[in-house]
Design a protein around this ligand. Sequence first.
Ligand code: ADP
Ligand code: MG
Length: 321
Amino acid sequence: MTTTYTVLSEGLEKRFGKVRALRGLDLAVAQGTICGLLGPNGAGKTTAVRLLTTLLRPDAGSARVAGHDLVREAAAVRRRIGVTGQYASVDGDLTGRQNLRLFARLHRVRGPAETAGELLERFGLTEAADRPASTYSGGMRRRLDLAASLVRRPDVLFLDEPTTGLDPASRNDIWEAVRTLRTEGTTVLLTTQYLEEADQLADDIVLVDRGRVAHTGSPAALKAVVGTYVEVVVADADVMVKAAGVLDHLTGARPTFDHDRGAVGAVTRDTTLTLPRLVRELDAAGVPLLDASVKPPTLDDVFLHLTDETPDRDETEEAAA
Ligand SMILES: Nc1ncnc2c1ncn2[C@@H]1O[C@H](COP(=O)(O)OP(=O)(O)O)[C@@H](O)[C@H]1O
Ligand SMILES: [Mg+2]
């Protein structure tokens, strides 16, 4: 079986004056999957999305998006993609319904009114459909924005930080909508600053650091590089020794001790070692616990492990040039 890549880029570069926003970005997003472009502020995520959606031209490198060359067939690419930006593109003076109808007409969709109605229903906006979008909550606006990008049923949808600034409930709504799109066969490339979001949604994560891919892998593989930190707190030194024996057995790693807190911890790459299991295992071994925790790695942990924080040689040279 051969994999079709809906987004395939090689060596994409973009500079803004002296800033090298992208320094050779290679991406391969398989058809029908969700790819999470994960990286901190300034990594180049938005620039990547703006290039891949033809809003900006690359200085170097090439890409094919939905079967078309990004530069030579930009119009064809545009017809096959949807994009939701970091900043909403909907007009606040118009109602949700008017916004979607307008988009449908702009894109010459047959039955703009029906399309608008269906999308409003799908994103839970039917009740608010005839109110100006400026009265919508942040979550509603983001859903409307997402709906607008789906007016034309894109082959590939680009979402730039779709949930930044949303409350947990709204964030979950967006996540559900994105998952539904995947089941319908849409390829999704989303950017995020949150490891949790990439973990929840993405089939593959591309870690972007200073305009380049620092690492690629499944969410589990990425987290496993760092490992989860498990820790138990117990009453006295004797129990600490017992707890350490159990942790050693469970994780295969050498436990570390914090005698002041009565804490014993270890790093594990075993994602089945959840908090309930940890507590059960220690209980079964007759170790009385005061506290226990399982801390998955944060994006910061992952970054520290996978990126080289020393100043980049050619970046320094560029800056001096
Ligand atoms: N239009 C622009 N003009 C100048 N610098 C820019 C512009 N857009 C982005 N940059 C710079 O490029 C780098 C990457 O930015 P961006 O792609 O927005 O990162 P991210 O989306 O990951 O936060 C940053 O250093 C940013 O300041
Ligand atoms: Mg951005």
